[in-house]
Design a protein around this ligand. Sequence first.
Ligand code: SF4
Length: 229
Amino acid sequence: MDCTPSQHEAARSEAFGYICRACSRCCQHKVIQVNPYEIARLARRNGQTTAEFRAKCTEDGAGSILLRNESDTCIFLGPEGCSVHPDRPLVCRLYPLGRRVLADGTERWLHIAPHPQSEGEYTKKGTIADFIAKQGAIPYMRAADEYSDWVREAYALIEAEGEAASGTGDGTPKDLLDMDTAITMHCAESGTDEPSDIEDRKRLHLEILYRQLNRLKGGEDDYEKADQR
Ligand code: SF4
């Protein structure tokens, strides 16, 4: 269920400000979760396909958590700071805030305890809304919600129908959550051109995912929930 704009506005009206001093301590000892949209942006920045990025830059190649090096530091932390800063994931944009969306769509903002030696400075100048806008977090939050909704529906289907609903072994892409693979297969089958814009690719990817879910439910292949947003 979607939260209403006024509910979002109320949650985001809290006074908050944070000045990053680029000490990089927040990039250590952290589990950085990523979704297909974040992977697509990072992969494009690195000149990789999403499949290559998942294999080389995420834990166990599973495409859900960024790799860390031997000192438990994010692999993208370089001598000058974050090497993928313009395309950094949502959790990095929101830090030191955390965002939780409850099942009813209500948004909660959490304050994450900083690293003890963090050089970042907290202020009360501005609001959470100002902060997330400045961080360019809105499209990332939208994508996180969209993929979370799909995952919730997929789990509900698997729970109801067992492993048969997992969608493998019947001609579907081995891993539908790999955006480039899913889009390339879909466009080859449908004889359409692949979109290049990342937001368009996300939209098409979600459409493919929902179509697959609907097909597994025995419905028509015209379910375009992604377009209803
Ligand atoms: S992606 Fe960048 S900001 Fe995020 S943890 Fe890695 S180095 Fe830090």
